[in-house]
Design a binder for this molecule. Structure first.
Ligand SMILES: Nc1ncnc2c1ncn2[C@@H]1O[C@H](COP(=O)(O)OP(=O)(O)OP(=O)(O)O)[C@@H](O)[C@H]1O
Ligand SMILES: N[C@@H](CCO)C(=O)O
Length: 331
């Protein structure tokens, strides 16, 4: 369903000769993606047990790709649990197949954890902090590659006229008001002082794999870096808390999971006073970002559909709750 560019085993075997990864064993399209075409790609290589994922970029601008791929490569090189892009025989990690840009990266181990417990959140919090430390090192090493969060406030404000016309007046007012509050906050000195760097910005339950057992889980890795960009670290953390540490029906923060995630992060990198003060607005910014993108996906005209849009009311509910009170604090 979601493989937009088919690749036959013969095409894959031929293409693989550009890599030092042995022979093709199998290639299998992955059905779940909506942005890119993904394939499980098995070879005779000893590297990562011969288990890789081929991603063909269907929509992303080629100029944006080095930022995402080098970010993953920089984190993987530090031992952070993310896919490691594989260089071809010339050393390039951005390749092409059937006229489209693509990348081969290691396949992570594990499954989605759609009912996370505090232990999952603890491991995730530690990994997010490691991703932020690795992001800072990446930014320092490759400043010319840095890219802002392309779904940040500028983009959200540009979406307002596209979605407001569809919304009842009270929802359009809520959207306008929150955008104005965030614009005021983001133009101030406190926001400017927040630690920032390249962040994933989309750490949801369906972008992380766990293996091990439910009682003794082990985080296999975080993937899908294609909404990454430079933003505040607490924004990235707030996006994760708003998905991993909530009751999905109500959107309310689950204290045990939120505390586990945040404390594990803080053990790697203590928060600043500015971050503690700005945290309630970061949680709101995280909810706003996905409310806007879901509204846009819901209302925009689409071609014959491959995509069931995510429910925008979920993040409207979360935004209303976080406006009433953050539900958790940074230590
Ligand atoms: N490195 C990886 N290791 C293991 N599985 C992976 C890896 N990369 C992708 N996958 C699998 O492929 C699926 C689709 O990948 P991904 O979520 O990146 O695609 P996408 O098109 O960006 O999707 P979406 O935008 O819907 O999240 C994932 O749900 C996961 O099952
Ligand atoms: N995580 C986003 C989708 C883009 O990955 C959402 O749930 O709206």
């Amino acid at each position: 369903m979601a493989v937009f560019t088919p690749v036959s085993p013969a095409e894959a075997a031929d293409w693989l000769r550009q890599y030092d990864l042995g022979e093709l064993v199998s290639i299998e399209g992955i059905g779940s993606g909506i942005e890119n075409s993904n394939f499980f790609f098995n070879t005779t290589s000893a590297d990562n047990g011969g288990r890789f994922v081929l991603t063909i970029f269907e929509n992303l601008e080629p100029a944006q790709l080095p930022f995402y791929l080098e970010f993953m490569a920089a984190l993987a090189a530090r031992g952070v649990a993310v896919p490691r892009p594989i260089p071809d025989r010339t050393g390039a990690i951005l390749q092409s197949i059937k006229g489209k840009p693509c990348c081969l990266a290691t396949r992570l181990k594990g499954e989605f954890e759609l009912d996370p417990q505090p232990e999952h959140c603890r491991q995730l919090g530690r990994t997010i902090a490691q991703m932020h430390a690795g992001g800072l090192a990446y930014q320092e090493a490759r400043p010319q590659l840095m890219q802002p969060n392309l779904r940040g406030l500028d983009w959200q404000q540009a979406m307002l006229p596209k979605v407001a016309e569809w919304l009842p007046a009270d929802l359009a007012d809520l959207l306008r008001d929150e955008l104005a509050v965030q614009a005021g906050h983001q133009s101030g000195a406190q926001y400017a002082s927040l630690p920032r760097g390249p962040v994933h910005a989309d750490i949801f339950r369906n972008n992380v794999l766990f293996d091990g057992t439910r009682a003794a889980p082990h985080l296999g890795g975080v993937f899908d870096f294609y909404f990454a960009g430079v933003d505040s670290f607490i924004f990235d953390l707030a996006v994760a808390v708003n998905d991993w540490a909530i009751d999905l029906d109500s959107g309310a923060i689950d204290a045990a999971r939120a505390d586990a995630l945040i404390a594990a992060y803080a053990a790697e990198r203590p928060f600043t006073d500015a971050e503690r003060a700005a945290w309630p607005l970061a949680l709101r910014a995280g909810a706003l970002r996905f409310w806007v993108s879901r509204l846009y996906d819901f209302y925009r005209p689409r071609e014959a559909e491959t995509l069931t849009p995510h429910d925008p009311t979920h993040f409207e509910r979360i935004l209303r709750l976080r406006r009433a009170g953050p539900g958790c604090a940074l230590p």
